[in-house]
Design a protein around this ligand. Structure first.
Ligand code: 6PG
Length: 465
């Protein structure tokens, strides 16, 4: 018998997805490259290690792998994002038949996904670019899946992807057809941008709790008590991280303070600047990671400027919780704003409520707040005009003002908390300072300006001297 579904690439995510597919009763073929005699055959040893893979077929030869699949073939690529995808596509192409479907489940750039989609179309092959979130465990037990491409091609892979995905609170799959070409990878990219901010906010909050005199166990206990109002997957793992001990000391205190990244936060920031959308929290979270990398310079300048280490932080635990909640609302507002604007610019017709829904389970940014957004987006695209969320903003605002001010007075860096109130003050200013920018532009470059007392759109120029 032939296999129903192929999985190309047995890295951490590929392996977990194979087991997930097999656990759900699908007959699969698995491919992993290996150099004979030099390395072990990963596909074979992986199959042998897991009983659920007894029916699965393992290959290290592309032709046999492709020929083992029912037509139209469905092959999911789980290889490193970037050029590798193009090489794999070229390797597979000679063996594929018209209407076969390739699925890219990596963190690919949405612009490349569109190019690959167009290229494969000219070869009669369908391409589904899909975001997959949830890490190793999510991939095994049910990830959030964000597929895009031709809707007809999606119908072919839908039974597989929806079956292996996480399920929401109504037991519906956290997998839905997102939209055309690269839209699935676009929303996965924004998911990661929102993820960067949620992580950074927790890092800032924990720093403030520590500066208030709490040890890691006490921080974990405080965060635990926040679950009632602010629960999320990232909150849960942060609690577990703060509890983890190595010997007599907490592991978290032994970790080098340089944050890595694989580029998706960078892409989100680039996309937002290209689309003209102020995703300021994502940029702040990204740049915080970059700042962290200057460890030597930070250490040097810390001494040079005699930054405060005797802290007199006049904030309560509840102030910190409310500031955190305020910033999270702004984060989600900005993330979905970016998706909204991309949807308009690229005519993707994205459904925000459905996107929020497939992010309520399986993915890294699942949270109570995300669950609330599923309904909010049924009525509005703007979170800040929703009654529940605007009440939250009004309630939390005094705390974010206090927490950010106190942080500044105590020389504590809180870029995302700080940017949340700065952005909020900007987006709620009816008459901004941009009139001055316009005057300056006109002064030095005759770039012209429009006038408040003339709504015809006419451009004015003044001879300023
Ligand atoms: C997910 C994660 C996942 C991965 C990112 C992290 O949704 O499962 O976002 O895709 O953890 O690659 O990215 P950084 O390495 O840039 O932090």
């Amino acid at each position: 018998t032939t296999s129903e579904f192929g999985l190309f690439g047995l890295g951490v995510m590929g392996k977990s997805l194979c087991r997930n597919l097999a656990n759900n009763g699908f007959k699969i073929s698995m491919f992993n490259r290996h150099v004979a005699g030099v390395e072990e055959d990963v596909a074979v040893s992986f199959k042998a290690a897991h009983s659920e893979l007894s029916q699965a077929e393992a290959f290290d030869d592309i032709a046999s792998f492709v020929n083992s699949l029912q037509q139209p073939r469905k092959i999911m690529l789980m290889v490193n994002a970037g050029k590798t995808i193009d090489y794999v596509i070229e390797d597979l192409l000679p063996y594929l038949s018209e209407n076969d479907v390739l699925i890219d489940g990596g963190n690919s750039n949405y612009v490349n996904t569109k190019e690959r989609f167009d290229y494969l179309k000219t070869n009669g092959i369908h391409f589904i670019g899909t975001g997959v979130s949830g890490g190793e465990e999510g991939a095994l037990k049910g990830p959030s899946i964000m597929p895009s491409g031709d809707v007809e091609a999606y119908e072919n892979v839908k039974p597989f992807l929806e079956k292996i995905s996480a399920k929401d609170q109504n037991n519906l799959p956290c997998c839905t057809y997102v939209g055309p070409e690269g839209s699935g990878h676009f929303i996965k990219m924004v998911h990661n941008g929102v993820e960067y901010v949620e992580m950074q906010l927790l890092a800032e909050v924990c720093t403030l709790l520590e500066a208030s005199g709490n040890n890691p166990d006490e921080i974990a206990t405080i965060l635990e008590s926040w679950k009632d109002t602010a629960n999320s997957y990232l909150l849960e793992i942060t609690i577990a991280i703060f509890r983890k001990k190595e010997g007599n000391d907490w592991l978290v205190k032994k970790i080098l303070d340089k944050a890595g990244n694989k580029g998706t936060g960078n892409w989100t920031t680039i996309a937002s600047t290209q689309l003209g959308v102020p995703s300021t929290l994502i940029a702040s979270a990204l740049f915080s990671r970059y700042t962290s990398f200057y460890k030597e310079e930070r250490t040097l300048l810390n001494k040079h400027f005699n930054q405060a280490d005797h802290l007199e932080l006049k904030v309560s635990t509840n102030d910190i919780l409310e500031a955190y909640q305020f910033a999270r609302i702004i984060n989600h507002y900005q993330g979905f704003k970016l998706i909204t604007e991309a949807s308009i610019a690229y005519s993707w017709n994205l459904n925000l409520s459905e996107i929020a829904r497939i992010w309520t389970s399986g993915c890294i940014i699942k949270s109570n707040l995300m669950q609330d957004l599923v309904d909010v987006f049924k009525n509005t695209t703007n979170i800040l005009t929703d009654t529940q969320f605007s009440e939250g903003i009004n309630k939390y605002k005094p705390s974010v003002k206090k927490v950010v001010s106190q942080s500044v007075l105590n020389d504590i860096s809180v870029p995302c908390l700080g940017e949340s109130i700065q952005f909020f003050n900007g987006i709620t200013t009816a008459y901004s300072s941009a009139n001055i920018i316009q005057a300056q532009r006109d002064y030095f470059g005759a770039h012209t300006y429009q006038r408040l007392d003339d709504d015809s759109g006419k451009n004015y120029h003044t001879n300023w001297n």
